[in-house]
Design a protein around this ligand. Structure first.
Ligand code: GLN
Length: 571
């Protein structure tokens, strides 16, 4: 039967609870355990799919097409088990399930209450999430409770996990609390009081942590650890110092050095072989040995950029580690390009336009793509980035004036990117798009098989077929493909089922590396092996950085190109 490690957070949010859960997963896995991780989110939305990326950060997409919390991305990067829709649930889903049962009369006339009905439902969802396939379950499931102890929203989750110790009996549960130990410069000291108060809140609820992971910007000395131990009623060896490090992939090692795995195994009564962290140590050795630097410009909407592209940043870092290069990513606001032009882009070895929604900054992204095309700068367009590369090519090479995606100009005469039911509306005919009024899950989501054309750059990277994850609504318009192909755009990947465009590229003797992909390769990149597409992109950027590129733009061209008429407006 699955044993459970619960992770709660205290003092402040954004302490890296997800990374702590994932690192703990990696550490337990290195002792031979079958591990999974579950994230419980205490908000009422059914999933983060409809939430603003500015508020919520990246929406991570699982193989089975669930739109989930970005922490699931960390879990997949640290442990072997693949995440699916059962690994993340919200208060919204719990209440939805309970209310549906109530309407069906399944509670037999009882008063339906938070305790026990909501808390039982939470426990059922936790047990469901402990499965790693339909007939196999994890030996240890790590359950991360979203939010901070003391929040009203997370109380039912805390109550549910408290009850689980009672329900499952001895050695089946272990509680880990992650807190902040701030350094006060004015006092020149690390302060333990916030941790003491946060653990008090937890104990009021009835949870006594087995371990406290203390986040600090430095190593926490024994005196402070002793104090935390005494005031929080946790053994001193179980007060762990989780200090700032240069790479998140160092955390499993830091936890192991302080014997966190032994402490957890002891409380769960597991006797296992010693931890083997050699894959992580090898990775860190490569990470520390990066002699080369490659500079990437990520062009998007400024506010969204940092938190929204967690997986993408990680994927670039992974490729860098495996090519002994330090990848630096500069976030370039596409609205800035719209007002001051592309000159800033001359500093970079490669340009990347990531996925996104909404029309703000679109024309700036298109200008950045023109710049990469004309100046032979390695370019990768992901999802929206690919769609805009098609728009750019249509306007500036294939002579389709005002070509656009119908997402941004519903009346364009050349809807090179459109919802499938809009494909035939070429040249002015009016047809409104039929989006379901339910805004959740109305996209092409999750894993789909892609067939790759031989003799293409994509074929060099992937071979004949690949599986990649998706999250988008608009598709490249197949009716206009012949015109684009005739002008020189190569469509090198299609979905196996419906022949939808998945990959575009340029002829390899015309541009050193130019590719757009409708899918999101970043969701599949793993630090241990990297991802072939990102490896190839970083190699191309390195060739440019080191002056080895065989094709180069004669002179950097920053001329103003043909622009869409659509006024950019705020989202
Ligand atoms: N907005 C585009 C679409 O819905 C692209 C989405 C994305 O980049 N994830 O098709």
């Amino acid at each position: 039967m699955t044993k459970f490690v619960f992770i709660t957070g205290g003092v402040v949010s954004s302490l890296g609870k997800g990374i702590a859960a994932a690192s703990l997963g990696a550490l337990l896995e290195s002792r031979g355990l079958k591990v999974t991780v579950i994230k419980m989110d205490p908000y009422l939305n059914m999933d983060p799919g409809t939430m603003s990326p500015f508020q919520h950060g990246e929406v991570f997409v699982t193989e089975d097409g669930a739109e989930t919390d970005l922490d699931l991305g960390h879990y997949e990067r640290f442990i072997a088990t693949r995440m699916s829709r059962i690994n993340n649930f919200t208060t919204g889903q719990i209440y939805d399930s309970v209310i549906r049962k109530e309407r069906k009369g399944q509670y037999l006339g009882k008063t339906v209450q938070v305790v026990p009905h909501i808390t039982n439902e939470i426990q059922d969802f936790i047990f469901r999430g402990a499965k790693i396939s339909h007939d196999d379950e994890a030996e240890v499931a790590i359950v991360e409770v979203g939010g901070t102890v003391g929040d009203i929203e997370s109380l039912p989750f805390l109550e549910a996990i408290r009850q689980m110790a009672l329900r499952l009996g001895d050695s089946m549960t272990c509680y880990v609390h992650l807190t902040l130990v701030p350094f006060l410069a004015s006092a020149g000291e690390l302060k333990t009081k916030p941790t003491q108060h946060s653990v008090q809140r937890l104990r009021e609820i009835g949870i006594l942590p087995n371990l406290i992971l203390c986040r600090a910007d430095r190593f926490i000395p024994d005196d402070e650890r002793k104090k935390i131990s005494l005031f929080c009623n946790v053994r001193e060896e179980a007060v762990i110092s989780v200090y700032d490090v240069d790479s998140i992939y160092r955390i499993p090692r830091i936890l192991c050095e302080q014997r966190v795995d032994d402490l957890i195994c002891r409380s769960l009564n597991l006797s296992l072989p010693e931890a083997d962290l050699s894959i992580w140590d090898d990775l860190l050795a490569k990470f520390s040995n990066t002699s080369r630097i490659v500079k990437i410009a990520m062009v998007g909407k400024y506010v969204e950029l940092r938190e929204s592209y967690k997986s993408l940043n990680e994927a670039l870092t992974h490729a860098g580690i495996h090519r002994q290069a330090k990848v630096t990513v500069d976030y370039i606001d596409s609205e800035m390009i719209q007002s001051v032009g592309t000159s800033k882009l001359t500093e970079f070895d490669a340009i990347l336009v990531p996925g996104g929604f909404g029309e703000r900054g679109i024309e700036g992204k298109i200008e950045a793509i023109s710049f990469a095309r004309l100046n032979k700068i390695p370019f990768l367009g992901i999802c929206l980035g690919m769609q805009l590369a098609v728009v750019e090519f249509a306007r500036n090479v294939a002579k389709m004036p005002l070509a656009n995606s119908t997402e941004f100009d519903a009346k364009t005469g050349f809807p090179v990117i459109a919802l499938i039911n809009e494909w035939t509306r070429i040249d002015g005919e009016k047809e409104r798009r039929h989006l379901s009024s339910d805004k959740g899950g109305t996209m092409r989501l999750g894993n789909q098989k892609i067939k790759i054309k031989p003799d293409s750059l994509a074929f060099k990277i992937y071979g004949e077929t690949t599986l990649e994850r998706h999250r988008h609504r608009y598709e490249c318009n197949n009716i206009l493909l012949p015109k684009l192909e005739a002008a020189g755009l190569i469509f090198s990947g299609f979905t196996e089922k419906d022949s939808l465009v998945e990959v575009i590229e340029f002829c390899q003797n015309q541009h050193p590396w130019f590719m757009g992909v409708q899918f999101h390769p970043e969701f599949k990149s793993n630090p241990r092996a990297s991802h072939p597409l990102f490896l190839s992109f970083i190699e191309a950027a390195l060739r440019r950085a080191e002056g080895l590129s065989n094709i180069s733009g004669s002179q950097l061209k920053t001329k103003k190109l043909f622009k869409g008429t659509h006024e950019t407006s705020r989202l």
